[in-house]
Design a protein around this ligand. Structure first.
Ligand SMILES: NC(=O)c1ccc[n+]([C@@H]2O[C@H](COP(=O)([O-])OP(=O)(O)OC[C@H]3O[C@@H](n4cnc5c(N)ncnc54)[C@H](O)[C@@H]3O)[C@@H](O)[C@H]2O)c1
Length: 469
């Protein structure tokens, strides 16, 4: 029996098929309801599309279906409002993919134990779609990955359905797509990188320009038609590979520049120069300089991981990506630098790290968010424990820690901060500069503060207790 989509597509002309993506009649499915997929699904829903979120995690789906949230910066009221309007629903039933006009993939792209791209989530998702693929459907990959993934991995899996989306060059001026011949094209495929920055209050998702690249002209055109309805600005590049590379360039640019300031920080420390003062002065230059800030190391799902997707792919072209490797080396040594600074500061006070109680403030990978993936704080805890320190932590967003891929801190619970408690630690390390911390209070009551973020810059008293590192 034909499904609803097969019937509607069969009676549509090719042009009408494409036009469907320029209307709110298109049904949108988002696969992977995490930090990226959930806000995206809600955005489509808020703009009037009937949107279905798909996830393999039944606990997440259950929460969303009862109007609750599991990501702090996405209010439950937003989810409940969309559910009330019957525009948004979440499900673990992937059979419903057949009913979707557009399917957007937002699944994880981590590194494996050998620090090589782990594409298993994308592969599994493409298989799941393939088994249910309908003619005329648009599939968009948003997960960050190396150039070529959409063409070389996603399209061949989807084509096992017997339907075709041939890879064909097309031209574009960034807005209009030429070469929109639908000849021999059964379904549409594009890549559009996600530029979500959790916790960034300056830009909402729809205000961040959306880059789009299709595997052929009709795919690029359909994706542009769909995204243009929810994003203020879209930019169409000439291939999915160019779109994939755009995202990597953005993240490698950050990774390399952070490594540069981290290296300069180490030099400035030896030279007795305050790197943060230098950055503040340098950023007064109205052109040619973008400020980046040193810290205890890289964190999050993107910057520590994405550059190595390109490094891996570059091997195929026998070209080493030396900037990426060097930046990775410098950034991943920063937690060791923090621990060395603690040892040195204790040493100057005739104390040693072994058996010393140490408090880490902040385990989230950056301020004011509830995400600890790849957080440098976790590495710092592990290094301190390896040296025999007795480590506690505090983080307003993590009352307790759970078992993670590389760490098992599930016995650890966030301590209560008080004047008495702060005074009990040999050193307090500011690893994440959450806005809710009262740094005057912390410095007043702590014996020694190792500040990795210059979070104590406005503290006036007891500066002799502060070590910037
Ligand atoms: N988090 C960010 O700030 C950010 C920013 C830009 C790009 N990205 C990229 O977006 C992608 C997703 O990242 P994220 O942070 O949202 O990840 P996440 O871990 O928060 O969410 C991924 C979701 O996918 C679900 N999932 C896993 N396998 C699945 C499958 N086979 N089918 C359906 N659902 C599945 C998980 O249960 C989870 O809910 C990654 O490629 C990441 O690099 C992330």
């Amino acid at each position: 029996m034909e499904t609803k989509n097969e019937m509607s597509v069969a009676t549509e002309s090719p042009t009408a098929r494409l036009a469907r993506f320029g209307t709110k009649n298109a049904q949108v499915g988002v696969i992977g309801l995490g930090y990226v997929g959930l806000p995206l699904a809600l955005l489509y829903s808020q703009k009037g599309f009937r949107t279905t979120g798909f996830d393999t995690d039944p606990a997440k789906v259950e929460k969303l279906e009862s109007g609750q949230t599991y990501i702090r910066h996405i209010p439950a009221s937003n989810i409940a409002a969309e559910k009330k309007e019957n525009r948004f629903r979440a499900t673990t039933n992937f059979e419903d993919l057949r009913q979707m006009d557009a399917i957007i993939i937002c699944v994880p792209t981590p590194l494996d134990d050998h620090r090589e791209p782990d594409l298993s989530y994308i592969r599994d998702t493409a298989e799941t779609i393939q088994e249910r693929l309908q003619p005329g459907q648009l599939v968009v990959l948003e997960s960050t990955t190396y150039p070529g993934t959409t063409e070389e991995l996603v399209v061949p899996i989807l084509e096992r359905s017997g339907l075709r989306s041939p890879i064909r060059p097309y031209s574009t001026d960034g807005h209009e797509v030429r070469d929109t011949d639908l000849e021999a094209i059964d379904f549409l495929v594009a890549f559009s990188p996600e530029r979500e920055d959790p916790g960034n209050r300056l830009f909402q998702t729809h205000q961040i320009p959306k880059v789009i690249g299709g595997v052929n002209g009709p795919s690029a055109r359909a994706a542009k038609a769909l995204y243009s309805q929810v994003f203020e600005r879209t930019i169409v590049v000439s291939s999915s590979r160019a779109a994939e590379m755009t995202k990597l360039l953005e993240n490698i640019y950050r990774c390399v520049n952070i490594a540069l300031v981290n290296e300069l920080k180490l030099l400035c420390l030896r030279m007795g120069i305050d790197i943060w003062e230098v950055i503040e002065a340098a950023k007064t230059k109205p052109f040619g300089f973008t400020p980046f800030y040193p810290g205890p190391g890289l964190g999050g799902h993107c910057i520590p991981i994405d550059p190595f997707y390109l490094t891996w792919k570059a091997h195929e072209y026998e070209l080493p990506t030396r900037f990426i490797e060097l930046a990775g080396e410098i950034n991943s040594a920063m937690p060791d630098h923090v621990v060395s600074s603690v040892i040195e500061a204790l040493n100057q006070r005739k104390q040693c790290l072994k058996d010393s109680p140490i408090l880490i403030l902040g385990v989230a990978y950056k301020k004011d968010i509830d995400d600890l993936r790849e957080s440098p704080s976790l590495r710092i805890i592990k290094l301190l424990q390896a040296q025999g320190a007795k480590v506690d932590y505090h983080d307003p967003y993590f009352p307790q820690l759970h078992k993670m891929r590389h760490y098992d801190f599930q016995h650890m619970k966030s301590i209560e901060i008080s004047a008495d408690k702060l005074g009990q630690y040999a050193a307090v390390i500011v690893a994440t500069d959450h806005s809710s911390y009262d740094y005057d209070f912390i410095v007043r009551h702590a014996r020694l503060v190792i500040d990795t973020r210059n979070a104590t810059r406005s503290v006036k008293e007891h500066r002799d207790k502060i070590v910037l590192c």
